[in-house]
Design a protein around this ligand. Structure first.
Ligand SMILES: Nc1ncnc2c1ncn2[C@@H]1O[C@H](COP(=O)(O)OP(=O)(O)OP(=O)(O)O)[C@@H](O)[C@H]1O
Length: 253
């Protein structure tokens, strides 16, 4: 079943079409990877889905909601979370505090209840903490929970970035190069986490990743962009034997 449909979107910067007439369907529960050479439009696509950019033309629908012109906050409330290519964490705060802060949007109490910390305020706070602790456990971040994010190894920071997105209880998780700059062991760990997020948390994943070995291994479906246009899509097997794709991208590797 389609969870997200992208219909004919075009995004222009000055005279440059970062995305041109792109159509894509993201199926619920699957890992869909978006690949393409540098500058192909992959991050621009994630920016359109997550409300940071608004396409000049076309439509983006998520579970029946038109989010073409929604803000990042509205998109996140609908159940789409994103882990950024450049880690977007507060480096001077602990892992636990970063995750609690991200979860802030779920607080369900008014100003008075917050000031006196009664009723819904204390209950909501307890539920948030419980959820964050579960995410810490799931992402195996227990040894780092009180550590400042800035003091952690890069691979662990990337894992915290994914955990931050998970605290929003996403139905759709957008991962922008989650393995960039990682060593082999860190990559293997991240691959395992991505598969667990899909299978155990029943979360749809859109993955932008340059490591084609990883992409071919874990994707259910692959979309290939080149100069802002969708030039191919299909299963890893279909895409890897698509002549146009080989010419534009895989042939370069
Ligand atoms: N804010 C912006 N202003 C102007 N041009 C932009 C902006 N964002 C992206 N672009 C341009 O749009 C095109 C697509 O960029 P985008 O970052 O989406 O590509 P990408 O496939 O993610 O590349 P990479 O793999 O290098 O991250 C590029 O030519 C880029 O220079």
């Amino acid at each position: 079943m389609a969870q997200l449909t992208i219909t004919d979107i075009t995004l222009t910067f000055g005279g440059l079409n970062a995305l041109q007439d792109v159509n894509m369907t993201i199926e619920q529960g699957l890992i869909t990877s978006v690949i393409g050479p540098n500058g192909a439009g992959k991050t621009s696509l994630l920016n359109c889905i997550s409300g940071f950019y608004h396409p000049g033309k076309g439509k983006i629908c998520f579970m029946g909601h038109d989010l073409t012109h929604s803000s990042p906050h509205q998109v996140s409330i609908l159940g789409i979370a994103r882990a950024f290519q450049n880690i977007e964490l507060f480096k001077g705060m602990s892992v636990l505090d970063n995750l609690l802060l991200a979860r802030h949007k779920n607080l369900k109490y008014n100003f008075l209840q917050a000031v006196f910390f009664f009723g819904r305020a204390s209950q909501s706070e307890a539920e948030n903490r419980e959820y964050v602790e579960e995410v810490i456990d799931f992402m195996e971040l227990e040894p780092f929970r009180k550590k400042m994010v800035g003091s952690l190894a890069y691979g662990v920071q990337k894992r915290v970035e994914v955990a931050r997105a998970l605290t929003l209880e996403p139905k759709l998780l957008l991962l922008d190069e989650p393995m960039a700059g990682m060593n082999l062991e860190e990559k293997e760990d991240m691959v395992r986490f991505i598969i667990d997020i899909q299978q155990e948390r029943n979360t749809t994943i859109v993955l932008v990743e340059h490591d084609l070995g990883v992409v071919m291994d874990i994707s259910d479906y692959i979309c290939v962009l080149d100069f802002g246009q969708l030039i191919g899509s299909g299963t890893p097997k279909e895409v890897s034997s698509d002549k146009k794709v080989i010419e534009a991208y895989i042939g370069e590797e």
